[in-house]
Design a protein around this ligand. Structure first.
Ligand code: SF4
Length: 363
């Protein structure tokens, strides 16, 4: 590594804040060598998390029916996406999801609810569910339920909520281009209420929504100033019918650079490769694990993602390990993984060597 990459890594290890000039260079520097940058990001990642990858399961406990107009979201009031709307799931369904996530080895169960924010009555219902989940399983609980004030978060904190997710998504300046029914300041206020109550913050961003590098840098630095210990990085999933569509800016390399920026600016944070990893990182998913230390499995709010077996394959093939316990019964054996690698997708038949194919007759 040249001096600049080594200095970035050392600063991150020493908790020296990343400079704006370095942030700009990480995202746009023409002389950036991707592997050297990834190695610089890996050094603080390894210092704080080793080679472990936390796997999280998301349960969308209420889908659609939202009065807000976030343009990237297939649950918004303005979307024409044909989502399957449903009101809040029954307590039994939510508890079953928690039991499955715990049995599968997930470190955390994330409940996400569409909508502007819960009523106090709804917050109390979540509190009851959280108490039951924590009593029955050794799993952390995270809730993503929209805008909330001090009263709501106090109820949830008393029930043992570990984390609250509320993404900032983009910069303050870009926010009104993606949403008009609430503001960036509303979102910051919700995060600050959670922080005042002593709930850990999970807050991240979405890239690929027409923002410029300065917007990404601003939100990444804001997350650092809020001290968010958990930062999901989403890559916009272009959903037909949504107002905000993929802006064409996301190459796999750009996505890896953004993850390196988030790591080097937030060295101690749990950085999660979130929505859109499969489609945007593509062949660089394993490289992304050198900067990030966590990912979702099994899908996102309104779209499907890779299943457990593919995700375990991704992690282990790259030489990383699944944090905590693992989904024992579904964890592929080495033999199964090797055989899977030599099958045509969707086929049971093993590939045959080309030499076995009939050869053209020679004259
Ligand atoms: S992101 Fe949340 S608040 Fe915005 S439209 Fe979607 S569900 Fe509603």
């Amino acid at each position: 590594m040249t001096d600049r990459y080594a200095q970035l890594a050392q600063n991150a290890l020493d908790d020296v804040p990343l400079s704006e000039a370095d942030a700009r260079w990480i995202l746009d520097g023409e002389d950036v060598e991707l592997l050297s940058l990834v190695q610089a990001a890996f050094i603080p990642r390894r210092a704080h998390f080793g080679r472990r990858v936390g796997v999280q399961v998301l349960n969308n406990v209420q889908n659609g029916l939202c009065p807000e107009d976030c343009g990237y979201c297939a649950q918004s009031k303005t979307t024409e996406a044909p989502v399957r709307e449903y009101p809040m799931k029954s307590d039994e369904e939510i508890l079953k999801g928690a039991a499955e996530a715990a049995a599968g080895g997930a470190v955390r169960y994330c409940m996400a609810m569409s909508g502007r924010g819960p009523s106090l009555h709804r917050a109390e219902r979540f509190a009851k569910l959280i108490r039951q989940i924590k009593a029955e399983h050794d799993i952390e609980v995270c809730l993503s339920a929209g805008l909330m004030g001090d009263e709501h978060v106090a109820v949830l904190k008393a029930a043992g909520l570990d984390r609250m997710n509320h993404n900032l998504n983009t910069s303050e300046a870009h926010y009104n281009k993606i949403c008009s029914t609430h503001t960036y300041a509303d979102r910051v206020e919700t995060l600050e209420a959670a922080r005042r109550a002593g709930i850990e913050l999970c807050s991240g961003l979405i890239i690929g929504m027409g923002e410029v590098s300065e917007d990404i840098i601003e939100v990444v630095f804001k997350l650092h100033s809020l001290g968010a210990p958990s930062i999901p990085v989403n890559f916009l999933i272009p959903i037909e019918g949504n107002a905000v569509q993929d802006d064409g800016s996301l190459s796999p390399e750009r996505c890896v650079r953004v993850l390196c920026l988030v790591r080097l600016a937030n060295p101690r944070a749990e950085i999660r490769i979130a929505g859109g990893r499969e489609g945007h990182l593509r062949g660089l998913q394993s490289l992304a694990l050198y900067a990030a230390n966590s990912l979702f499995v099994g899908g996102y709010l309104t779209t499907r993602g890779d299943a457990w077996s593919e995700t375990f394959g991704l992690i282990e093939d790259a030489g990383f390990e699944v944090a905590e316990s693992a989904r024992g019964e579904e964890r592929p054996t080495t033999e199964a993984k090797t055989r899977r690698g030599f099958r045509l997708p969707g086929s049971e038949a093993l590939l045959r060597p080309d030499v076995a194919a009939p050869q053209p007759e020679s004259h």
